[in-house]
Write a protein of this length. Structure first.
Length: 343
């Protein structure tokens, strides 16, 4: 990626979040000319300005819902990481219209502004919850993906390459369950789990950055990229955190599944697996660029290989407690925690 972004200007929407923060530092280390962050949270921007302290960081107060603020931020930009989104399942369940405005309409605004500004490449960040979605957050992100792919399909001559990356739970990201387990263990409280046998993919923030890099290096218009990842049960993850902090027999309280939760997450459907290219650590699913003529759907159809399975947190590599502890110890946040420093 060094050749691609060195000397370039990059915009990150929602860049004060967990993903954006690590991406900002990563890009500055790569020698970019400028990193712009578009977000609506002044306090987080001020924290980032003080923490990063680099003249190449430019902060734009705005909202992807407001296309004028997006247009202003994309002028003379080479690359866009579109990370701005409403991501919390409960808040999207209670306020689905807000998820639509940010995750779908906001994404369309980013694509239109980027294309008008002549941006070279836009990578849109999605989630495993977009596959067979059962909650408003997943549904809105699924339509975000469709919006990005429709742009690629409808603008084949565009100079802007639009692609999508889809990933599972990012460990130690803001709002994730690991910091909660750490806090409960340190306070000697029971570990609260919705459903102990629930499985989740496990990916580090650095691996999510690597996934975006891969998309920038290899994407064709409309591509979808997924990074392969191991998984564990929620109980295994909780016990792993507790054991690393010196609690060998943590008390566990089962809360029951929340509204909109799945027992297992899916990164690729079987229909996507049928078309996917295995690129080692990644799957690439090319755009379905067929014409939307009705006879292609009602008269011709398309055969899929038999006995394909979805790629899920249930059938991927399953980690036990020892394997999960090894994974946790590779996280910089956990390394700092174990050294007695703030995570």
């Amino acid at each position: 990626m060094t050749e691609s972004v060195s000397g370039a200007s990059v915009l990150i929407t929602g860049g004060t979040g967990s993903f954006g923060s690590i991406m900002v530092r990563h890009l500055l280390d790569r020698g970019v000319h400028e990193v712009r962050v578009l977000s609506r949270d002044e306090a987080k921007q001020d924290d980032m300005r003080r923490r990063v302290s680099d003249s190449r960081l430019k902060l734009f107060v705005g909202d992807v819902r407001d296309i004028d603020s997006v247009r202003s931020a994309t002028v003379d930009v080479d690359f866009v990481f579109h990370a701005a989104a409403l991501k919390q399942v409960p808040s999207c369940e209670f306020f689905p219209e807000q998820a639509v405005k940010t995750n779908i309409v906001g994404s369309r605004n980013v694509l239109e502004a980027a294309a008008a500004a002549g941006v070279r490449s836009v990578v849109c960040l999605s989630t495993d919850k977009a596959v067979y979605p059962v909650n408003a957050m997943g549904m809105s992100k699924a339509l975000m993906e469709k919006t990005a792919q429709a742009f690629a399909r409808n603008h084949p001559e565009s100079k802007t390459t639009v692609s999508v990356t889809r990933y599972g739970n990012v460990m130690y990201s803001r709002g994730s369950v690991i910091p909660l387990f750490v806090q409960q263990t340190q306070q000697q409280k029971p570990l609260t789990l919705t459903e102990p046998s629930m499985t989740r993919f496990l990916m580090s923030l650095q691996e999510s950055v690597d996934l975006v890099e891969h998309a920038f290096l290899h994407a064709e218009p409309g591509d979808l990229f997924v990074r392969k990842a191991p998984a564990s049960t929620v109980e295994t993850l909780a016990r792993s955190v507790a054991e690393l902090l010196g609690e060998s027999s943590p008390e566990i309280t089962r809360l029951g599944m929340r509204h909109g939760e799945k027992m297992h997450e899916t990164l690729l459907s079987r229909e996507e697996i049928a078309k996917a290219q295995d690129q080692g650590d990644y799957f690439r699913v090319p755009l379905d660029a067929r014409s939307l003529q009705y006879e292609l759907f009602f008269e011709e159809g398309e055969e899929l290989p038999a006995q394909l399975e979805d790629y899920t947190s249930e059938n991927t590599k399953r980690l036990d407690v020892d394997g999960t502890k090894d994974l946790l110890l590779r996280l910089p946040e956990f390394d700092r925690l174990m050294s007695g420093l703030p995570a």
